[in-house]
Design a protein around this ligand. Sequence first.
Ligand code: ZN
Length: 82
Amino acid sequence: MIKRSHTCYVCKKTFTNASYWYDSLHDTKHDKRIIRPFCGPPCANRYREISDVNDYPSRKPLPNGPEWQVIGDIDYIEYETD
Ligand SMILES: [Zn+2]
């Protein structure tokens, strides 16, 4: 498998080896799976300040289906971002 690169949602930098990302699995803002990668802790923290996603309730119970599998690593998968 080919390791992919990511574009940081906050600063738009291209990077590899993602450790931080937003996943729409966890809140009810989006009705589809959206991944927003962050290049590191500063951008992940900044995202919490600039985004309204924490204003949305958690998704409970978690949805079922192939598009809602738990994602532990985004370096080797295709994902939809925005
Ligand atoms: Zn960044």
